[in-house]
Design a protein around this ligand. Structure first.
Ligand code: SAH
Length: 219
């Protein structure tokens, strides 16, 4: 798993990435840093080989173990919300393929990312290593507990849907920090941005989204 074709050819080349970034600009992503990161991150190495020809389409794709790599528009929207605040230390819950963490890595100081499925952690680590992303730290574990040893975080990004925001994540966000999380009781969740001011939280809904569920425990 280390001989990744980072540049890609044909449908997975730089041209395809530039087209995706242009499409996202048209969809309302305004932060040029985010669009540049999308254009620079080889998404095709984060998807299964049989799906690589679809990797620069704006759609979610399967990554095995019943999980998905998020749609680029959602990755861009969440990234934009995360870096609009202090782009310092970020905690991601739900590493999945590792693509979201890779997009964040060039835009923030440190990315700490937790995944409950061990096999996915190994794959994602191999990709981070192949790309030379030294500021991405992956761990196998239950992300609903956060990563206490590395707290506080300037921002927490949860890339799985939940009906309740896990308390430990709220505790581990620094004052002035932000959580971006899909929340709701239905299949379609509200992508929320929650800003901390002391013990107060201010919420805003960015979008309606569909995500695989945030589960307790590891596998
Ligand atoms: N950010 C990913 C997409 C994630 S899909 C990407 O860029 O590819 C959601 C992921 O969250 C899945 O891999 C799922 O296994 C993981 N997940 C669900 N519940 C979790 C939990 N409690 N802790 C850590 N990861 C969890």
């Amino acid at each position: 798993m280390t001989d990744f074709d980072l540049r890609g050819i044909g449908a997975t080349s730089q041209r395809a990435r530039d087209r995706l970034a242009a499409h996202l600009r048209g969809s309302g992503i305004t932060d040029e840093r985010v669009l540049r990161a999308i254009a620079e991150t080889p998404r095709h190495i984060f998807v299964e080989e049989a799906m690589q020809y679809l990797s620069y389409e704006d759609r979610a794709l399967p990554v095995g173990h019943g999980q998905t790599i998020s749609q680029p528009y959602i990755v861009a929207l969440m990234t934009q919300a995360i870096i609009a605040k202090k782009p310092g230390r970020v905690l991601e819950i739900g590493t999945g393929s590792g693509y979201q963490a890779a997009v964040l890595s060039g835009l923030v100081d440190e990315v700490y990312t937790i995944e409950r499925i061990e096999a996915l952690v190994e794959y994602a680590r191999a990709r981070f290593e192949a790309m030379g992303l030294d500021n991405v730290h992956g761990r196998h574990g239950d992300g609903t507990k956060g990563w206490r040893a590395k707290a506080p975080f300037d921002a927490v990004i949860v890339t799985a849907g939940t009906n309740l925001v896990p308390e430990p994540l709220m505790d581990q966000v620094a004052d002035g920090g932000r959580i971006v999380i899909p929340v709701g009781t239905d299949d379609i969740k509200e992508l929320k941005m929650m800003d901390r001011e002391g013990d107060d939280w201010h919420e805003k809904t960015l979008e309606l989204v569909r995500f695989v569920p945030l589960r307790q425990g590891v596998s």
